[in-house]
Design a protein around this ligand. Structure first.
Ligand code: ATP
Ligand code: MG
Length: 611
């Protein structure tokens, strides 16, 4: 229960900066509601003085008062609506900002498990549910409660014993509404969770649409979605069932209050113990509750949804940042690029198996370190530790002698460029994609980087050249083209340390040759870690680390490793040998074709040679 209240309390915290709007909105709501309480009194006067005593002036007077109240209520209602909506959207704005900030700072490990669709659903539907309550919902709830208590007090003032007769029905009404809220709240949590599930399913099959189509699995995907959608409807419907079945109870309780008033009050009015106007006023008060009590059901409903939605939003906001700047972190600037691993051990999560064990090596500035080993041997994991996507569980990693845990993340990552096998491009222009890590690059710098990355030529072939927009996930570019754009992006970023996944498998020989040339330019003068699949890369590497089961089992140059029996020789025999012939073909191709500019170091863009 306290935990539940905490969520609401925390939501209210979002209103704190907006004192003025909150005051005006709530005062507006309070006035609009409580002025209603005077209307039965005015009509009572009109009946008792105007109608019974045949005084037309009393009727006019009452009419004028009611009109006046309507005007004031109009103004108050305006303030209530205006500031209520303002608060809703302002809170949603702040909440969304907080949420997005947290998502950007979430640890890598979180994304290993999280589903994008579920995150999206929290960012949209859950925030909407929360905002509706914090703004309009809570304020209506409060003014409705004010009205409820106002009605009870007004009735007591009118006639204590008649009011007391009806009180049990009214109290039952409140209890029923509150109980209803308690029943539906957990149900709403389930609905929102299912919404997250539904979004995930949709997002997954949209992202994987090519796979779906190529395996002709559309019917399966549809069925999967249908089932999730059906489940969502069932959960939503079960709340409606509870709501609808509580409905008659609400109506009966109200009806019985009126029945009691007429049963006990009618004879008294006839006997002249109370005035007709008084009886009318009492009945009006009870009737006045009809709308607000209906709304109370709705508002309790809203509060319940908002509570569970806000919980889902706060869950993300509260996810701890696993990799964080230490208190006395220093800026790492202008490094030479020496990277050392000292007795590094690593496991994913607290209790996972040891994925890396006792990894030791030193990469001198400017060296190329090739990583090779069977699948699952830990190559990607080694590269993930350098930019601190994860922290090692044992040992330490140093850059230029600085333990990377003691430098700021920003300054660390500023030194590291990454080119992955399937690079991601944003839905921006090609020029903007190249300049992603260096947004104030001049068009010349962008073009120089593209030239060095052997991308200039194909970019100019597009109708809009560098201003060509790239579709979502870069669908208009081929794999090889995307990769060269990514290389240009890394060139422009100009990091001292590079991480490359060199497993370009699905490109033709010519493209591959161009990529190799682009990589050569990129790697020049930078400490490079390259997950190598290619013989040429391995031959050119200063050091090859052969990984197996998370350990370095061999190290040395290509020739040294080939000279001894071991895993490297086995891999060479099984996979790499064939590439010897292939390499010959490529070098012949190199001589005969007139491709993009050749890989002369002096062609490197100014921005790249800078540091
Ligand atoms: P490949 O050549 O297939 O890319 P790799 O050498 O890069 O393989 P890693 O990706 O480093 O291998 O994985 C090493 C081990 O860590 C594997 O057993 C894998 O199952 C595990 N692993 C990788 N990523 C995670 C993760 N995010 N959470 C838990 N375990 C993981
Ligand atoms: Mg890998």
């Amino acid at each position: 229960m306290t935990e539940r209240l905490d969520v609401y309390w925390r939501m209210l915290g979002y209103l704190r900066p907006y004192g003025k709007q909150v005051t005006l909105g709530y005062l507006g709501g309070f006035f609009a509601m409580s002025l209603n309480l005077f209307v039965p009194q005015i009509i009572k006067d009109a009946i008792d003085n105007g109608l019974m005593n045949r005084q037309a002036s009393a009727l006019f007077y009452a009419g004028g008062l009611i009109l006046g109240i309507a005007v004031i209520r109009g103004v108050a209602g305006f303030a209530q609506r205006y500031y209520g909506e303002w608060m809703s959207h302002r809170v949603a704005f702040d909440l969304r900002n907080d949420f997005y900030k947290s998502v950007q700072r979430l640890p890598f490990a979180f994304h290993d498990k999280a589903q994008t669709g579920d995150l999206m659903s929290r960012a949209t539907s859950d925030i909407t549910e929360s905002e509706r309550f914090i703004g309009i919902g809570l304020e209506s709830l409060i003014s409705t409660l004010v009205l409820l208590f106002g009605v009870i007090i007004a009735m007591l003032l009118e006639s204590v014993d008649l009011a007391l007769y009806t009180l049990p029905s009214l109290v039952l009404l409140v209890i029923a509404t509150v109980r209803f809220g308690g029943t539906v709240r957990p149900m709403f949590k389930k609905i929102q969770e299912q919404m997250g599930q539904l979004s995930s399913t949709m997002q997954e099959s949209m992202t994987g649409i090519r796979l779906v189509k190529s395996f002709a699995r559309e019917p399966h995907e549809l069925k999967k979605f249908d089932e999730q959608n059906e489940l969502w409807f069932e959960r939503r419907f079960s709340v409606i069932k509870v709501w609808a079945s509580n409905w008659p109870l609400f109506s009966i309780l109200l009806g019985s209050a009126i029945f009691i008033l007429l049963w006990f009050g009618g004879p008294r009015a006839l006997a002249g113990e109370i005035t007709v106007g008084s009886l009318f006023a009492l009945i009006s008060y009870v009737l006045m509750l009809n709308g607000p009590v209906q709304r109370l059901g709705f508002l309790v409903n809203l509060a319940a949804t908002a509570g569970s939605s806000a919980e889902r939003v706060f869950e993300i906001i509260d996810t701890p940042i696993e990799v964080e700047d230490s208190a006395n972190a220093v800026e790492l600037d202008a490094v030479k690029g020496e990277v050392t691993f000292e007795k590094v051990g690593f496991r994913y999560g607290e209790r996972g198996a040891l994925i890396l064990d006792d990894i030791n090596f030193r990469a001198a500035p400017g060296q190329t370190i090739a990583l090779i080993g069977p699948t699952g041997s830990g190559k990607s994991t080694v590269t993930n530790l350098i930019p601190r996507f994860y922290d090692p569980s044992q040992g330490r990693i140093c850059i230029d002698g600085h333990d990377i845990r003691h430098v700021t993340l920003d300054s660390l990552r500023r030194q590291i460029g990454i080119v992955l096998q399937d690079p991601f491009l944003f839905g921006l222009t090609i020029a903007e994609n190249i300049a992603y890590g260096h947004p104030d690059a001049t068009p010349e710098q962008i073009m120089d980087a593209a030239k060095a990355a052997r991308a200039h030529k194909f970019i100019l072939d597009f109708p809009n050249g560098y201003e060509t927009a790239v579709g979502e996930r870069g669908v208009t570019l081929s794999g090889g083209q995307k990769q060269r754009v990514a290389i240009a992006r890394a060139l422009l970023y100009d990091p001292r340390i590079l991480i490359l996944d060199d497993s370009t498998s699905s490109v033709d020989t010519e493209t591959e040759h161009l990529i190799q040339e682009a990589l050569k330019v990129l790697m020049q003068g930078r400490t490079t870690f390259i997950i190598a699949q290619r013989l040429l890369t391995l031959k050119n590497a200063d050091q090859i680390l052969v990984l197996d089961g998370g350990c370095i089992v061999q190290r040395g140059s290509h020739d040294e490793l080939l000279a001894v029996d071991g895993l490297y020789r086995t891999i060479y025999d099984l996979q790499l040998k064939d590439q010897e012939e292939f390499a010959d073909t490529v070098s012949r191709l190199d001589d005969s074709q007139d491709g993009d500019p050749p890989s002369q170091p002096e062609r490197r863009p100014a921005a790249v040679t800078g540091r």
